[in-house]
Design a protein around this ligand. Sequence first.
Ligand code: NAD
Length: 456
Amino acid sequence: MKGMVDVNRIFEAQKTFFGTDQTKSYEFRRKQLAKLREAIIEYQDEIERALYADLHKSSFEAYTTEVGFVLKSLSIAEKKLKKWMKTKRVRTPFYQLVTASYIQPEPYGNTLVIGPYNYPFQLVIEPLIGAIAAGNTAIIKPSEFTVETERVLKQMINETFPESYVHVVTGDQEVTSSLLDEPFDYIFFTGSTRVGQIIYRKASEHLTPVTLELGGKSPTIVDSSANLRVTARRIVFAKFINAGQTCIAPDYVYVHESVEKPLIEELKKAIEAFYKNEEDLAHIVNDRHFDRLRKLIDSDKVDYGNVCDPKTRRISPTIMTNVVWEDDVMKEEIFGPILPIMTFTKISDVIELLKTKEKPLALYVFSNDKSVTDACFNRLSFGGGAINDALMHVSNPNLPFGGVGMSGIGTYHGYHSFKTFSHMKSYVRKRVFIDPPIAYPPYGKNKERMIRKILK
Ligand code: NAD
């Protein structure tokens, strides 16, 4: 029960600190972003070592998808903060005489950031940048599965910031549960849809607004007009980075039956070219997930790979063919280095079928036929996606990143992170030298006639 008392104490300390208004000035926010940058640079080697220990992440992946990713976001926030913070004047309808209208971004207050295990550093620091830029305090709860990264995060953040401003709290779902008892002003959660629903339910008790960055099965469609070599290389990159433990990884491939065989050949060539060096492939986070993934592999349907080492929790890039929706591998988000392939004859059949599934976090279409890409992008709903690529929409900070339906609520990255962590307060400013009585009683027929002419 000790943990629970701590959580309440930290929350109360942050509430008191936010109440002093110190987090709101431009200078304060800018300074904290700079402190975060310095801390990340100081801890960079330790962070990369931790990611290797937890997920066997190569230093290349650790830098590009975690450390470098957030440093770039920090640069953008530092450069743009003043502009983002500005109160913006908007147009006012003419009948509201001598009135000016404004939108003033204000911090929500005390925020909570809960992270998953797959990009355990980036997925708590990236929202934290938004929380700080927007002038909030934050409690961060990283994943307990990636223990080394959790330890480094705790040390780095808790020695950089006072507990009353930004603080890392560690623990399992019991700790998260006690955190969720507190009346936070905003909750930013990244993780599974199942836990996202628990968070949403708990948040509703305090009517706390949320961002839910969730998962699901993201389809990849390959049409007969696609450039198969480039398609295969891009799919292999997106699927096997972090050993498939990526929320927007292609979950499965739907390929036109006429190009199934050549696509599979190109996929194998790409895997062999990319993963010559064993160190370049990440491992599975823990035994539970390793066993779960092994159970999803039907060895009768394995066309390639499936070399598994329980000691290191390495699963080699695996391709499954003749897959149907009734197979275990199609019943849940895979979140591992297993690529099921299914075929289609008519793109409209795939679209109709995907309409019956939950809206995915991402959708990718490889095709040189505009009617095919248009049909997929205009008729299907999904968080974000790419044409002739996969994954890369996540790395453009100008694109709001997030899901829709069961894959999530809300977006972030770049300005969208600032917006997510800000309440957009709107107000009008009036002058008092005239006071037209048009809206005041007594109304009378003439006033009403005039109003009916204006408001239509
Ligand atoms: P998870 O939902 O199991 O855990 C996420 C966090 O929630 C952890 O910090 C965990 O401690 C906490 N948690 C777990 N059970 C809880 C409970 N009952 N009550 C309260 N808190 C609880 O997710 P995970 O397995 O760490 O991550 C994988 C999932 O996250 C996948 O579904 C993936 O698609 C998704 N994901 C989404 C994004 C995105 O940006 N949309 C990014 C990464 C991962």
